[in-house]
Structures are given as structure tokens and as C-alpha cells.
Design a protein around this ligand. Structure first.
Ligand code: GUN
Length: 303
């Protein structure tokens, strides 16, 4: 079993394109205004620290984007860089220092970590009140109980995209492809909740699932987060369905693609996110939102 990848052809787009870049821009503008108000009221400048271990090229780009976005929103952003051969004790010492720093309201450790470093041990060490990634067990538990505090940024961004596009999730059949801690599990939990932008009937497919294409074809909303380039073809999609593509991969010809074969799915889907310019920019916008929320939390606790 596992995800099967077929050769994918070309076709014309008919679906509405969900422009995550534009929506993220509007959200970031609004957040910059909120940050300015918060600074004026409290004298506190929200601060995010990102820990980057090693030289993974994609991670370096993501971290630079996060740092720039944080600064553009009027917050403090800094990156703590460690070499690829940093020890577990080195990484934990940095996390401890950031936990103790009152000017750091949010922090995240960029994943994946270099081989040999245990990401679970590192995430366990992050102060759950500064865990703007929402990966700490305490925040995962709160989400699972339906009373979220910090929710992972990509799933949050997907919910915002669906709401903005007017996609009705109440009673909708949603199929999530992939069961990662970063996307698959938390988006399933978010959409299972009661209330606006949720109340969906959620199915999660994974590498142990038989006939994922048949299951996906029953969905009103397909969220592709399996991390396999162009795995989702036209035969996975019910005509008119909404397709959210979380994947990002560089092809041999240098072009970017997602987990969805865009050219063949777009003519069938009702709505579809592009890659790039769909989910990715929303993730960064939600990180800013979580960082401001972390600063508010710190201000409340300070009294
Ligand atoms: N690597 C890929 N996505 C993410 C994310 O949302 N947070 C962190 N820390 N690392 C990632």
C-alpha cells in the first residue's frame, strides 16, 4: 500500500482559483493594525524567535519568509541558527533560553530537524504558552478536546481560506489525505469541531488506506497533504468539489507543484488552491496571528 503516483496530463482550468496570497495579504494588513494598537496600549512589541538547525534549503527560505513577515507586521523577529551537527543539548539549551526570555512571546523550531535530532524531545521542551506552531502535546490535547489555544498554522490557514471562499463545511464530506502532526491530524480535528467553519464529516486517508481515490471521490472538500508530488489526479475528485493543495515540491524542470495534479484536476474541481500562492502564504499569515495571540496571553498573565 502507499500513495500511488501516475503520469499526469494537461488541461484547461475551469475551477475558481482560491487566491491564498491575496487573502494572506489582507489578513496581514489587518494584523499589522492590531499589532500597532496592541503596542500603543501595552508598550509591548510582540516577539517571535525561530530556531533553524542546519542548512536545509527549503527551511532556510521558509524561515526567511517568516522573519520578514513578522517584521513587516510591526513585531520583533529573530532567527537563532545552529549548525547541522548541533547536539540535542545545544538545541534544548536554546529552547530553554527562549522560554525564559520575556521579550520572546512566540517561538518555533523549524522542522524537519537534521537526522539524529529527536523533534519530539525538542517540541516537548517548548513552553506551551509560547508554542505558536501548536505542536506541543498540551496544545494538541486542547485542540483534540475542542478548546483550542494555539492551533498549527497551516490547518488554521486552510479554515480561513474555506471561510473566505464561502465553502460550507457544515455537513460537508471532507476527505483529508495524510495524517501528519503538522497538517492532516490537526485539520481533521478543526473541521470536526462544532460551529462556524467546522461541523464537517471528516475522513482521513493515509498510507494504510485502501482505495483512497474512491474515498476522495465522495468528498465535497479534498485536502491533499500527503507530501507526494501530483498524486491526486482527476479520478480522485468529484465534479465541483473544493480542492485544497498543501503540498509543495520542486519538479525536475525547476517548476513548483503540489500534491494535486493541477492541470487535470482544475477543469473538474469547483474551487482549487494554486501552488504556489494558495495555502503557503496563509500559513505565514496564521503564524503572525498566533504570535500576536501569544503576546496578548503574556500581557494578560503579566496583569
Ligand atoms: N516545517 C514545515 N511546516 C512547518 C511548520 O508549520 N512549522 C515548523 N516549525 N516547521 C515546519
Amino acid at each position: 500500500m502507499g500513495w500511488i503516483r501516475a503520469e499526469r496530463g494537461k488541461s484547461d482550468v475551469a475551477a475558481e482559483i482560491l487566491d491564498g496570497k491575496a487573502l494572506a495579504g489582507r489578513i496581514r494588513e489587518g494584523l499589522a493594525g492590531e499589532v500597532a494598537e496592541f503596542r500603543a496600549e501595552t508598550g509591548i512589541v510582540p516577539g517571535l524567535s525561530v530556531v533553524l538547525v542546519g542548512e536545509d534549503p527549503a527551511s532556510r527560505v521558509y524561515v526567511r519568509n517568516k522573519e520578514n513577515a513578522v517584521k513587516a507586521a510591526g513585531m520583533n523577529g529573530d532567527v537563532v541558527r545552529l549548525p547541522a551537527d548541533a547536539s540535542r543539548a545545544d538545541v534544548l539549551a536554546v529552547v530553554d533560553r527562549l522560554n525564559a526570555d520575556p521579550n520572546v512571546h512566540g517561538m518555533l523550531v523549524q522542522l524537519p530537524l537534521p537526522r539524529g535530532l529527536d523533534s519530539v524531545a525538542v517540541i516537548d521542551r517548548v513552553d506551551p504558552l509560547k508554542d505558536v506552531d501548536g505542536f506541543h502535546a498540551e496544545n494538541v490535547g486542547l485542540l483534540a478536546q475542542g478548546r483550542p489555544r494555539f492551533v498549527p498554522c497551516t490547518p488554521l490557514g486552510i479554515v480561513e481560506l474555506l471561510k473566505d471562499a464561502g465553502v460550507e463545511t457544515r455537513g460537508a464530506r471532507v476527505v483529508v489525505l495524510g495524517r501528519s502532526q503538522v497538517v492532516g491530524k490537526p485539520i481533521a480535528l478543526l473541521l470536526l469541531r462544532k460551529g462556524e467553519g467546522a461541523d464537517a464529516t471528516v475522513t482521513v486517508c493515509h498510507t494504510g488506506t485502501r482505495e483512497p481515490a474512491r474515498i476522495a471521490r465522495e468528498a465535497d472538500v479534498v485536502i491533499a497533504a500527503m507530501g507526494v508530488p501530483e498524486a491526486v489526479g482527476a479520478d480522485w475528485i468529484k465534479p465541483g468539489a473544493t480542492v485544497i493543495d498543501v503540498g509543495i515540491h520542486r519538479k525536475a524542470d525547476g517548476k513548483l507543484c503540489g500534491d494535486v495534479a493541477f492541470a487535470e484536476v482544475a477543469p473538474i474541481a469547483g474551487r482549487i488552491t494554486p501552488v504556489p500562492g494558495g495555502v503557503g502564504p496563509m500559513t505565514v499569515a496564521m503564524l503572525l496571528k498566533n504570535t500576536l495571540a501569544a503576546a496578548r496571553l503574556a500581557a494578560e498573565r503579566r496583569g
